[in-house]
Design a protein around this ligand. Structure first.
Ligand SMILES: C[S@@+](CC[C@H](N)C(=O)[O-])C[C@H]1O[C@@H](n2cnc3c(N)ncnc32)[C@H](O)[C@@H]1O
Length: 217
């Protein structure tokens, strides 16, 4: 990693550290009643009902809402929330009052886990926010750590139809400071199909989010 990349990553991490203080409130405003439905949809799609002590990795877990939905649904699960923002992980720790998950700080482009380890790897509403090179590396890392019969679940926003929510959505894109995120959202399944041989697209009932279920075999 060169010096410029370290500076960019450090700036972005700081941005997320500040954002962590009002992230959950922002999500409540942005997604209103859909955020719970969206998380439930992701966890239901994991197909873990018959897996004994499943292992789940939530990449870019933020304040841990998805990680904690997994631990509530499957007590005894081995769940790891992974994010590079100390602030986001601090909030996740506060929310996890019963210590149901492990929270690990690190970059999505380098996952400190062994090959073929997790039953499910998920990444919710975050991949589009990564820079192009990190995003590609993150997808390959997720592929590496998922079991051959496991599933990588990537959830992303659909472009909102509601006018006010569309403004909030575009504001977030602008805060990312690049056209890269907007372009990635428009590319559809292509970036996933470059990495995974099997990609299935589904949508939440409200249609506000899409889920890419990616398999490596
Ligand atoms: C929009 S939030 C999504 C949080 C959570 N997945 C959710 O659905 O609420 C994006 C998260 O990605 C994290 N993130 C961004 N780039 C990252 C990177 N390169 N490595 C690890 N985490 C990253 C941020 O710190 C932030 O917590």
């Amino acid at each position: 990693m060169n010096k410029n990349m370290i500076t960019i990553r450090t700036k972005r991490r700081k941005y997320y550290d500040v954002f962590s203080h009002f992230y959950d409130l922002f999500i409540r405003l942005h997604s209103y009643k859909n955020s719970q439905e969206t998380r439930a949809f992701l966890v239901d799609s994991a197909g873990l009902e018959h897996v004994k002590q499943p292992k789940v990795l939530d990449v870019c877990c933020g304040t841990g809402s998805v990680t904690l939905t997994f631990t509530e649904r499957f007590p005894g699960i081995f769940a790891v929330g992974y994010d590079f923002s100390h602030g986001m992980l601090y909030k996740a720790r506060e929310k996890d009052v019963n210590h149901t998950c492990f929270l690990v700080e690190g970059d999505a482009a380098i996952l400190p886990f062994g090959d073929d380890y997790f039953d499910v790897v998920c990444c919710s509403h975050a991949l589009y926010e990564l820079k192009g090179d990190s995003r590609k590396a993150a997808l390959f890392e997720m592929k590496r750590v998922i079991k051959p019969d496991g599933a990588v679940l990537i959830m992303e926003h659909e472009v909102p139809k509601n006018f006010v929510i569309k403004i909030l959505f575009n504001l977030r894109m602008m805060m990312m400071g690049r056209t890269d995120a907007r372009e990635f959202v428009k590319l559809g399944l292509a970036p996933y199909k470059k990495v995974f041989p099997d990609v299935i697209l589904t949508h939440t009932k409200s249609g506000t989010s899409k889920l890419m279920t990616c398999r490596k075999e």
